[in-house]
Write a new protein. Structure first.
Length: 144
């Protein structure tokens, strides 16, 4: 069964995604980030060239010829599944294909609209029997 983690109160969702990817890569995991549109995919693509500042995170689209050997995929369609280790969801809805991944990370920002859609996703997963862990990022930000 897919392990689900909610990262709540993210001050900057894309920077949080970059930090989570870097951590996952440090553990040897391959990552797919499910983005809702090309604009957000493009922003994430540009950000992964500079964050973290100490290293580049190799990435491409799932349709790219190098996708099978690239550890991070930025996916806007949800139609091609190359990796099955960690899925990071940036959509307002739950990904229909999330259960094919070993882990799912939901990044929740601080604004009311994002929190409301996250609550719906949380209920969806909970009502289907998934165990959900939550990580409050506001506490970490206050300590830094």
């Amino acid at each position: 069964m897919t392990q689900i983690d909610f990262y709540t109160h993210a001050a900057d969702r894309l920077h949080t995604v970059c930090r989570l990817i870097a951590k996952a890569r440090g553990q040897g995991l391959r990552v797919t980030v499910y983005c809702p549109d090309r604009g957000l995919s493009g922003k994430l693509d540009r950000l992964l060239w500079t964050v973290p500042a100490t290293g580049f995170l190799p990435h491409c689209a799932p349709e790219d010829p190098l996708a099978a050997v690239t550890p991070v995929l930025i996916d806007g369609s949800g139609e091609v599944h190359v990796h099955d280790e960690l899925l990071i969801n940036l959509h307002e809805q739950w990904p229909a294909f999330f259960s094919r991944y070993k882990r799912l990370a939901e990044i929740v920002g601080a604004d009311d609209e994002d929190r409301a859609s996250a609550r719906e996703r949380y209920r969806f997963y909970r009502d289907r029997g998934y165990e959900i862990r939550t990580h409050d990022l506001s506490a970490r930000t206050a300590r830094q």
